[in-house]
Design a protein. Structure first.
Length: 215
C-alpha cells in the first residue's frame, strides 16, 4: 500500500533518523501525523523540527514500549537487527514501513519529485526504489519548463488558489466554478504567469479570479 491514506492524527513511530528516516518523519509531519522519532543521533532537519515542536525526538536506542499505541512504525535505522526488533514490536493492526525492504512492509513511501505547494510523487509497481528515485529526479528537472514556473512561483500559485477557493461561497460545488477547466485556463494564461514571475501577487490573484470565473 502506498502512503496515500489520510494519516492526520495518527501516532507514528520512526526508528532511525538518518537521511531516509528523517525524510519520512518530516513527510508524515507535513501530512498531519503525530511523529515520534527514536534514534541516538539525528539529522539537522529532525533536530530543528523537534526544537520547533513539530515532532518528538528521543535521542536513544529503540525500546519496545516506543511502539505502543502507534498506527504506523517506520523502521529506518540502517541496522537490520534493530529494524527487525522494531518491526516485531508493532502492535497487531499497525502498519509497518521497512526502509530497506519495501516488499516486506505494509506501506511504502513513493519517491518525492516535487514538494513546493504541490506534491508530485513517483511509485513503480515493482517497488524498485532506485527506479522511482531516478524518475523523480527527471521529473523535478523537467517540471519548471513544463509548468512555466519555478519552485517558489509554483508555491505562490498554490497559495493563491487556496485563497481564492476559500473565498468562493460553497467551494467548488454551489459556486458553479469549474475548477478543472479554470485551472487549465489559468496555467495557459501568459498574463497570469508573467504576474507571478514578476512577484505582483495582488494582480496575479485578480487575474486568477478572472480566469476561474470565465471557465
Amino acid at each position: 500500500m502506498l502512503l496515500d491514506v489520510d494519516v492526520r492524527g495518527w501516532r507514528c513511530l520512526v526508528v532511525g533518523a538518518g537521511p531516509v528516516g528523517s525524510r519520512r518523519a518530516l513527510r508524515l509531519v507535513r501530512n498531519g501525523a503525530e511523529v515520534h522519532v527514536v534514534a541516538p543521533d539525528a539529522t539537522d532537519d529532525v533536530v530543528a523540527a523537534a526544537a520547533a515542536g513539530s515532532l518528538r525526538w528521543s535521542a536513544r536506542p529503540f525500546e519496545v514500549t516506543d511502539a505502543s499505541g502507534c498506527r504506523l512504525v517506520v523502521v529506518a535505522s540502517g541496522d537490520d537487527s534493530v529494524d527487525e526488533f522494531a518491526a516485531a514490536a508493532a502492535e497487531p493492526g499497525a502498519l509497518v514501513n521497512r526502509a530497506g525492504a519495501a516488499r516486506r512492509g505494509d506501506l511504502r513511501f513513493p519517491a518525492v519529485a516535487v514538494d513546493d505547494g504541490v506534491v508530485v510523487t513517483v511509485a513503480t509497481p515493482a517497488q524498485v526504489p532506485a527506479l522511482s528515485s531516478w524518475l523523480a529526479r527527471r521529473i523535478a528537472v523537467a517540471l519548471d519548463a513544463l509548468v512555466g514556473l519555478d519552485s517558489e512561483q509554483r508555491r505562490v500559485l498554490a497559495d493563491l488558489l487556496a485563497e481564492v477557493r476559500a473565498e468562493v461561497p460553497g467551494g467548488s460545488g454551489a459556486s458553479g466554478v469549474d475548477w478543472r477547466s479554470g485551472l487549465d485556463r489559468s496555467m495557459l494564461d501568459p498574463v497570469l504567469l508573467d504576474l507571478i514571475r514578476a512577484g505582483r501577487r495582488a494582480e496575479a490573484k485578480e487575474r486568477l479570479q478572472a480566469c476561474l470565473s470565465s471557465s
